[in-house]
Design a protein around this ligand. Structure first.
Ligand SMILES: Cc1cc2nc3c(=O)[nH]c(=O)nc-3n(C[C@H](O)[C@H](O)[C@H](O)COP(=O)(O)OP(=O)(O)OC[C@H]3O[C@@H](n4cnc5c(N)ncnc54)[C@H](O)[C@@H]3O)c2cc1C
Length: 464
């Protein structure tokens, strides 16, 4: 088959790849995108979106149980797990289909198949119909990542699940063990616990959601325990013995091994980059553990080859992948884009209560030598939160005492995943405490707590 030449070939159609392809096409490039599974990648099909659809069902279920508090009646509350999952899959399918339309609209060629890079500027794709040969001046690697599997804790899809199984569960867990309390583990723990699974979370670090500020982790732990979740910190699952329809977990805690029986285990112990079988080593691409090493502009060091998104390392977030996609396309077009600043990328966890943060934690700011001012505001002091029946939560802000720079913001409570962007914009504009204090926040909103937290850092808080 003859070789087809493009200006840009993107490998992987996740939020990194498809966004790079669209921006490239907008800038006048002839673009091809190669995908081996689903347009939209993990994010739309097996990550961000279907998990949020599941969590929405569990949130509504939770609220139905609280109907009486709101003067409402709801009898015979129940759920149909198949229907919950069906809705989640439908939402994922709808969005993946939408990416197909965007590719057409932007005249981007889509080749479905497994790509390799046999030489600089060349891509070979194994499709259903045979092998297609493509070439381009620029290639963007956006092949993403998959669940990390630890020896002895490997998923089997029946008793031990990765996120893929947990999104399409073969059964409703009765007694569930979640290994790992990062965002993925905690979101599934929250979903299944709300639907009634007796849920235990085991975390090797000394707190849940270990990348968050310690105060937020402690708040989250209390909230989860109040909902009936069991949290084991500084604990490690050493072994899983599978027998019949039960798994016995050997958990090391406090120097001793405890055994506990579960019917389902979700392993959420991180991810590994999809770096294999692409021909990267032969090209001379540098790999660090399971990620491609790049500079701040996502350049791999091999002329015309960029790596973006999960394959290029932390933070493993869809919005980081997309932003890098735009950046590399603009760079190729000769524009002058800014590199992505990891410390200004917000992280959100959609458990109940939600958690969101941007910038440095209090501990990190101190470690970096900043003299800091810290503000806090609890949800119980906010009218909208009380009207919503969401009085539990906290907004914490951290400032450089010398310059007034907003170093970090950390939130837990209702809708904080929507609120955090206010602080992200603030950090992007290099705002100071003065700008934030002079900003008028609408009433009644949860966002007023963002103002109050800043005021608190400077001894000017009003409603506390
Ligand atoms: C359960 C879960 C929940 C998540 N929730 C969130 C969230 O709420 N917010 C958030 O920001 N992030 C979330 N993430 C992370 C987010 O999904 C990833 O950061 C994001 O998908 C990374 O985008 P990407 O474009 O780098 O790669 P991916 O989305 O992984 O896409 C890579 C694509 O490349 C394809 N591919 C791989 N190798 C080849 C090859 N050789 N040839 C052709 N195609 C190939 C794959 O099939 C895949 O479609 C979640 C992840 C999981 C697992």
């Amino acid at each position: 088959m003859a070789e087809t030449t493009y200006d840009l070939i993107v490998i992987g159609a996740g939020p990194g790849g498809y966004v790079a392809a669209i921006r490239g096409a907008q800038l006048g490039m002839k673009v091809c995108i190669v995908e081996r599974e689903n347009l939209g990648g993990i994010c739309l099909n097996w990550g961000c979106i279907p998990t949020k659809a599941l969590l929405r069902s569990s949130e509504v279920f939770h609220l139905m149980h609280r109907a009486k508090e709101f003067g409402l009646k709801a009898d015979g509350i129940g759920y149909d797990l198949d229907a919950v999952v069906k809705r989640s899959r439908k939402v994922a399918g709808q969005l993946s289909g939408g990416i197909g339309h965007l590719m057409k609209k932007n005249k981007i060629a889509v080749v479905m198949g497994e790509a390799t890079i046999p030489a600089k500027g060349k891509v070979s794709v194994k499709t259903d119909k045979g092998t297609e040969s493509l070439s381009a001046k620029n290639i963007v690697l956006a092949t993403g990542a998959r669940a990390r599997e630890l020896p002895g804790l490997e998923a089997d899809g029946k008793l031990v699940w990765t996120y893929r199984h947990a999104l399409q569960p073969p059964h409703m867990p009765k007694k569930l063990l979640v290994i790992g309390s990062g965002a993925i583990g905690i979101e599934f723990a929250s979903f299944y616990n709300t639907l009634g699974a007796d849920t235990t979370v085991v975390e090797v670090m000394d707190r849940v959601l270990p990348v968050e500020d310690a105060e937020i982790s402690a708040f989250a732990k209390k909230a989860f325990e109040k909902q009936g979740m069991k949290i084991m910190q500084k604990a490690m699952v050493k072994k899983l013995n599978r027998k019949g329809d039960k798994v016995t977990a050997h958990i090391e805690v406090g120097g001793k091994i405890e055994t506990q029986e579960f019917d389902t285990v979700i392993s959420a112990v991180g991810i590994v980059g999809n770096i294999e079988d692409l021909g990267l080593e032969e090209l001379g691409v540098k790999i660090d553990r399971t990620h491609v090493v790049t500079d701040e502009y996502c350049r791999t060091g091999v002329d015309g080859l960029y790596a973006i998104g999960d394959i290029a390392g932390a933070p493993w977030l869809a919005h980081k992948a997309s932003h890098e996609g735009v950046m590399v396309a603009e760079l190729m077009a000769g524009e002058n884009p800014h590199p992505v600043k990891p410390e200004s990328i917000a992280g959100c966890t959609y458990c109940h209560p939600q958690v969101a943060s941007v910038g440095y934690t209090e501990a990190k700011a101190k470690e970096l030598g900043y003299d800091i001012k810290v503000g806090r505001f609890p949800f119980i002091g906010n009218g909208k939160a009380i009207a919503l029946g969401e009085e539990s939560g906290l907004i914490k802000t951290i400032f450089d005492a010398k310059t007034g720079e907003l170093l970090g913001a950390h939130m837990i409570g209702a809708e904080v995943t929507e609120l955090i962007q206010g602080y992200v914009v603030g950090r992007q504009l290099e705002t100071t405490e003065e700008d934030l204090m002079n900003t008028v926040f609408p009433h009644p909103t949860l966002s007023e707590m963002m103002h109050e937290s800043v005021l608190d850092a400077y001894g000017k808080v009003i409603h506390m």
